[in-house]
Write a protein that binds this ligand. Sequence first.
Ligand SMILES: Cc1ncc(C[n+]2csc(CCOP(=O)(O)OP(=O)(O)O)c2C)c(N)n1
Ligand SMILES: [Mg+2]
Length: 828
Amino acid sequence: MATRPRSVEEEEIEAANPERERVFGAFRHWGYLEADLDPLGFLRPQKHPELQLEGESAREARRVYCGTIGVEFMHIADPERRRWIQERMEGDPAQVDQQRVLDQLIRADLFEQVLQQRYLGTKRFSLEGVTALLPLVDEILAVAGERGAAELVMGMSHRGRLNVIAHVARRPLEEVFAGFEDVDPRSVLGSGDVKYHMGATGEYETRGGAKIHIHLVSNPSHLEAVDPVTVGRTRAKQDRAGENGSQKYLPLLVHGDGAFAGQGIFAETLNYADLPGYSVGGTVHVIVNNLLGFTTLCRELHSARFAAQLARRQSVPIFHVNGEDVDAVVRMGRMAVEYRYTFGSDVVIDMIGYRRHGHSEVDDPTVTQPLLYKAIKDHPPLWEIYAEDTGTEDAAAQVQAIKAEFEAAQSRAGSITRKPTLRDLPRYWDNYSGGRYKADYEVDTGLTEEELREITARLTTYPEGFHIHPKVKKLLEQRAEMTAGKRPVDYGMAEALAFGSLVKAGVPVRLSGQDSRRGTFNQRHSVLLDIENEQEYVPLQHIAAGQVRCDIINSTLSEAGVLGFEYGYSRDYPEALVLWEAQFGDFVNVAQAVIDQFICAGEDKWGLLSGVVLLLPHGYEGQGPEHSSARIERFLQLAARDNFQICQPSNAAQYFHLLRRQALRSWRKPLVVFTPKSMLRHPDASSPLEDFTQKRFSPVLADNEVNGAQRILLCTGKIGHELRGERKKRKDHSTAIVFVEQLYPFPEAELIAAFEQHPAAGEIVWVQEEPANMGALNYMLPRLRRIAGERAVLSVKRSASASPATGSAKAHEVEQKTLLSLAFPAKG
Ligand SMILES: Cc1ncc(C[n+]2csc(CCOP(=O)(O)OP(=O)(O)O)c2C)c(N)n1
Ligand SMILES: [Mg+2]
């Protein structure tokens, strides 16, 4: 039974020597299972029934496919790609510069030993046992240089990171050693990060003489979380470069075997490799495979024989290689990167070695792997094996020279008094700042009616002969009426106006999320489809001559991966408005590690800024526990030292100003926006045209409708509109309703001013839809008490609850009514 299409050439070859082809075919398929991949021999070759063959062809095929290289490629559907790999596997390998390789192997080992001797008892996550990583990356860079790469964007976790900072990013050694020296603790109190998480940049000169900039991305402990960030950063750099971007910027992800197999965020990242909105023309993956994760054996870490198996979900080749055959490692490096540049595909190099010490150097591995560590104890370092195999005579002299170099650098490190930053920021960050908020950052965000109408004209028209869906046609007609002053402007239109005005002014816009092109709630319709031929027309890409790009992208069904990508993109595109949208805000917690580790803490830990925007639909509408809450409370708990902004604009114009403010100010801070659902088209949350011409976003919406109020209801979002409706129904003239539009940074002065408008009001009542243990309640109360003066501060909310909302729409209604009646107690 045929399992895959055969190319014409394959059929011709097979016809010429069918027996040889049959034998080779079996080895191409299954040879990797019998390959000699583990230097210590614990991972025994797995006998495959179809490979138990005799004869010359079998010996030849075994030599190619069951040596120290095992390649998995027969799952790739494209015959051209398979043939490409086959030809290179069956052809002669290129010469390796063994002197250069030896130098790197010695450096890798000695670097770790100097750290071990001088800084005993500190964690460094040694590379010893997998030091072939250095010659591997050297070869990856050599090929990248030949193909015109300008920069390697590299994401990696702990293992060997310091070695990479020294030998790939080529930071001066004394800087790296200085990371181990004591610094004045007052300079880093409460902030900063451990040395093996810091990013680094540098210049690398390749074997071929090309100069490649190295960018090692800052990384949290959370394994693999840096993957989508690295890819997103690469994509931003590629987009900036325009044509040939994917040739110039090459992403390299270095994974541990345990993390590669186990962490879902990597699987998410791999999934968008070939999608136009996220592709980077192929990522190079290297698994630094020590067949261990902390104390856990590989047979406990993954069901498949190899950690790399996960990559087979796509047509990605996997090059397994014995990490102690360094020439084979170098050969795989070349092949993998050439493949990446030829086919624009991801590639995986699974380099198998061992871990010389415990997980970190303060951990004793003989407790959990006594036999393995007995074998490791007697195993010589790789450079010794390589020097002997290659017959290099002056290795001992080389060792002495490199040792002396390291020791000199180490003694210089003591005189460095400030912790080195290890990196330079790209120039495109020059015009942006972080730190604490200053009022000076504010800019006017209103547009003239004429400008609004010009943009509307482009947003609501499409080419002649375009067959538009009747429902979309109606929507566009309504949108045209909005800026003609015939109907209030709703949220969807407000957003389109914000985006349109920005791309016209030279600010690129990129929004990705699940179903974001249409919009989960049918509100966006950013892409018009011809109903006869499905051709697309994107009005936002036709706003004005000379405009910049506007990409609205349907994402994969992922949160952590996609948010990580967009955060990464924002890191290398500060001029752009970069947004990620959750389908419902409730799903944002799937991306919690990206929020906690990068978005909230990135500036504090690494001094790195981002203006990424999170759009999180939020609101209690009877749709159950997982379609109600974006967990306002969690974001507020994470807020400190102006690390980000948390807003819930209650009407369309406020949303418009908020988006424009985010892009046009030079203050780069992540922005979390709780967005509406049912209110998207609700007249109460729509805005008159003149509100778009006024100057700015208001952090607080005061109540100007009521004079001499006795009480003030304070709220955020949808409940405020319901309170207003209730007040009207009750013909109440003594209650003011104030909206907090920006929860953080806390708009203290604006709130005080809004309260002072109602001097007779004796109480301020915080009203929220969320249960007492959720929403903004616990954040607001102490702050309100601080500014309330003589006034009492009270609250109305749902009872504390384990689940965010009821599953019953009826129960929801009863609860909502109760909230409103508690907010307006019976008179008398
Ligand atoms: C998400 C996450 N879970 C758990 C840990 C704790 N942890 C740190 S390293 C490690 C083992 C990693 O194994 P592997 O990926 O094979 O890398 P190695 O240390 O073997 O190089 C674990 C469990 C972590 N850092 N991140
Ligand atoms: Mg491991």
